[in-house]
Design a binder for this molecule. Structure first.
Ligand SMILES: [Mn+2]
Length: 427
């Protein structure tokens, strides 16, 4: 899949040179990459200033392209470097879009300009697409920068590597393995957790023998967050950085957030060139993928994830593990207890969501679904997600409306996005 953008509008508009993201170079402020690029064509101070002061990128472009203005002699030889520098500065000085760019994973980026065969994709879709290529190079570089910033900021500090509350296998294994990686780099890293209300307790107890520290006082300590990027009670100034595999909160400045099957699979991909994962660690990585993808059934397990998973080359029997550790909801419990067993609150587009997640096989869905949806209101649940693991269908009920998700998922965020796009949240 490629990321195709055109012009500075809409969701992908931040990729365009006209996008409203300014930056400084040598104490001069450039309102857009376009202002920077056009101004770089000239030595003449007056023309430079005129371009820099233009209120729109279009005006800057008009002056810069005016052939009556004399360009520096070798400009065509350096224009790719100038463009790279402008785009790099834009993304290093605007952290929200830096995170968005990193989030595009390793996908190809194309500027869909039919008029531009050098910078864009051109009229026959065979243009040189230099803007897209530069954006990909900048993406690689800023990802390295964030990692290096995080690692450098750990020097001479004791750093707690910590997952989210009620930790699951991915959260705990990520904290454990990232602390190993950082230790190998000479950092005083501490494998830690926020509480011991383990979600995948049996799996974690069977596979992880190492001790962790339980941290509930977040003062006077330094943290790296894994498997979440919301501060959740930790003072912002105590957080060195975060690595996570879904959704940006903007709570943390130094953030690597990329959609991967598990946070630990992302950590593996980020560090595999500089750290040698041993067999035991690879097994934990595979297990994190299993538990975060509901044993490889979730649509979150993309083809890119699958090839990384294969690359781990661990000998585990997924079906046996699934039988042993994967549990559907126990319908002999009462409804209220089950509704609050896997319960979470979300703030999303100004709506306060109280969601409950039920996992069942088909006959339980037929038997219990209606009584559960009928009990939502009295139990103050406004979103019930019901995953049928036999038919691989995700049903859900939002505020009394029964819906079905287009594919099988357990991700609340995907369902919230769907509700938003279908305009249910604004009703
Ligand atoms: Mn996770």
């Amino acid at each position: 899949m490629s990321i195709d953008f055109y012009k500075e509008f809409g969701e992908l508009g931040y990729l365009a040179n006209y996008s409203n993201h300014g930056f400084y170079k040598d104490n001069v402020y450039y309102k857009t990459v376009e202002h920077f690029y056009q101004a770089s064509k000239f030595d003449n101070k007056k023309i430079k200033e005129k371009i820099i002061n233009c209120s729109t990128p279009k005006e800057a472009s008009n002056i810069g392209r005016d052939r009556n203005n004399i360009r520096i002699a070798n400009f065509k030889d350096i224009k790719l470097d100038v463009m790279y520098e402008g785009i790099y500065l834009k993304f290093t000085q605007n952290k929200d879009i830096r995170s968005k760019l990193i989030e595009t994973r390793n996908n190809q980026i194309r500027e869909m300009s039919v008029k531009e065969s050098f910078w864009g994709i051109g009229p026959n879709l065979d243009g040189e697409n230099h803007i897209g290529i530069i954006l990909e190079k900048v993406r690689d570089q800023v990802k390295k920068d964030v990692l290096n910033n995080i690692i450098n900021n750990c020097k001479n500090k004791k750093v707690y590597i910590i997952g989210h509350h009620k930790p699951d296998a991915d959260s705990i294994f990520s904290a454990y393995i990232l602390s190993n990686i950082l230790k190998s780099l000479g950092i005083d890293a501490v494998f830690s957790v926020r509480d011991e209300e383990l979600v995948d307790k049996e799996l974690i107890d069977d596979y992880l023998k190492e001790d962790y520290e339980v941290i509930d006082d977040y003062n006077d300590k330094h943290f790296i967050l894994v498997d979440h990027n919301n501060l959740d009670g930790i003072p912002k100034e105590n957080v060195i950085g975060a690595i996570d595999h879904h959704r940006i909160t903007n709570d943390v400045d130094e953030l690597i957030e990329i959609e991967y099957a598990s946070c630990l699979l992302l950590i593996y991909d980020l560090f595999k060139d500089i750290y040698k994962f041993d067999e035991k660690e690879k097994e934990l990585i595979a297990l994190s993928v299993l538990s975060d993808t509901e044993y490889l059934t979730s649509s979150r397990f993309t083809s890119e994830d699958q090839s990384l998973y294969k690359e781990l080359n661990v000998s585990i029997n997924e079906n046996e593990l699934r039988k042993k550790y994967f549990k559907t909801t126990d319908f002999s419990n009462n409804i209220k207890d089950n509704l609050y067993k896997d319960y979470k609150e979300y703030d999303f587009h100004n709506k306060h969501i109280k969601r409950s997640l039920i996992k069942s096989y088909s006959k339980d869905k037929d038997e219990y679904y209606d009584s559960y949806t009928n009990s939502m209101k009295s139990n103050i649940i406004n979103l019930l997600i019901w995953c049928d693991y036999e038919k691989l269908i995700t049903y859900f009920n939002y505020n009394g409306i029964n819906l079905t998700y287009p594919s099988f998922t357990t991700s609340t965020y995907l369902i919230l996005d769907y509700l938003e796009k279908q305009k249910y949240l604004s009703k």
